[in-house]
Structures are given as structure tokens and as C-alpha cells.
Design a protein around this ligand. Sequence first.
Ligand SMILES: Cc1cc2nc3c(=O)[nH]c(=O)nc-3n(C[C@H](O)[C@H](O)[C@H](O)COP(=O)(O)O)c2cc1C
Length: 207
Amino acid sequence: MKLIFKLLAVAAVVAGLTACHGGQDSALVQEPTFDEIVASRRSVRSYDGTRKISQEQVREVLASAQEAPSWINYEPTKYYVAMSAEKIAAVKDAVGRNKDRLDGVSALIVTSFEKGKSGFANGEQRDPIGDIWGGHDCGLSTAFLILKARAMGFDTLIMGGRDADALRKIFSIPENEIVMAVIALGYRKEDPQRPRRRPFDEVVKFF
Ligand SMILES: Cc1cc2nc3c(=O)[nH]c(=O)nc-3n(C[C@H](O)[C@H](O)[C@H](O)COP(=O)(O)O)c2cc1C
């Protein structure tokens, strides 16, 4: 009798360990580190159209972009998100030669920033470079956006090659906003090469 109990106990432990190991398998799928996210982010010019990103996921990406710092917390950056086939097609027609790089994207996000916000206080320009600070803050939000996207396993392409007037019409972007970039969001079809960077000491000076 004692032996049966012992055998049952051993079986229970083995079963428990197996279940535990099964549970650990999913836990072993580790979140990428910040450095891994940075290293694997690339400008992607070829997307896998069989995999789609949901609006919920795009919202999550943009919520992180909104966490970026900005001048006096003005948050001058705006996002216009094309996800319907019709709007995606319209935006593709406004990015010139970039169009050929966008088959299979899930979303095209147009960024803009409100003029007279960053670089200003109470409507008065507070710095000689004025609205360039708005461009700065928009770029900062974009950095958050592309890294959050990568952290979620997505890929991006920032496009400065775009027709700002056409985009303004497509999304009825008001005149007090400067249209910046179009950002493609999707899943990469293949791993892109890392373009070389300038020597570190050419861009960084310590004093
Ligand atoms: C402001 C800005 C505008 C860009 N415009 C384009 C563009 O119109 N078309 C394109 O294919 N890539 C564009 N890029 C992507 C750059 O070419 C790319 O970031 C650079 O070559 C470095 O490659 P990486 O992003 O893979 O590190 C742009 C990037 C930035 C930041």
C-alpha cells in the first residue's frame, strides 16, 4: 500500500514538473531588451501582407508615441492614421517613388505638428528657432513610435518623400499644422541590412 502511495506521489511530482515546464516555455519567450529593439529596428521597404496589425495595436503604438516629452508638455504632434484600403491607396499616391515599398502595410500614419506651440509660451516666440522645436518634438514622438512598434514585433518606414499638400487634402489637416512624415507600419517580409553609420567620434565630442 505504502509503495502505491509513493508511486502516486512520484507520478504527481512528474506531472507537476511537466505542467510547470510547459508553463515555463511561454515564460521563456523573453521580452526583447531595449538594445535588441534598437538593433533590430530598420527602415523596412518590403512588407508581408499576409500579417496584419489591428487598430487596437496601432492605438497601443501611438499611446507610447504620446508619452514622448515635448516643450512645456504642449504635445504639438498629431497623427492621421490610414487603415482602410481606400485611405491607404490615397496616401500611397502621395508618397511618390516610396509607393513601390508599401505593398502589404497595415497602416500609414501621417504626422504633423501644430505651429506656434513648441518654441512658444503664451503665444510668444521664446527662442530664435521658433517652430523648429515643433519639428523636434514631432521627431521625438516618431522615435518613440518606431521603437514601440519594433518592441511589439512590427516594422516601420519613415517617409519624408511625400506630397504635403495632397496629404493635407486627404485628411483635412488644418493650415495651422505643418505636415511632416508618412510612417508605414507592418510586418517585414525579409530582414533588411543595417546601413553603415558614421564613425562614432565624428558625431560625438566629449569635453
Ligand atoms: C526624416 C526621414 C525621412 C526619410 N524619408 C525616407 C523616404 O522618403 N524613403 C525611404 O525609403 N526612406 C526614408 N527614410 C529612411 C532613411 O533612409 C533611413 O532611416 C536611413 O537610411 C537609415 O536606415 P535605418 O532606418 O534602417 O537605420 C527617412 C528617414 C527619416 C528619419
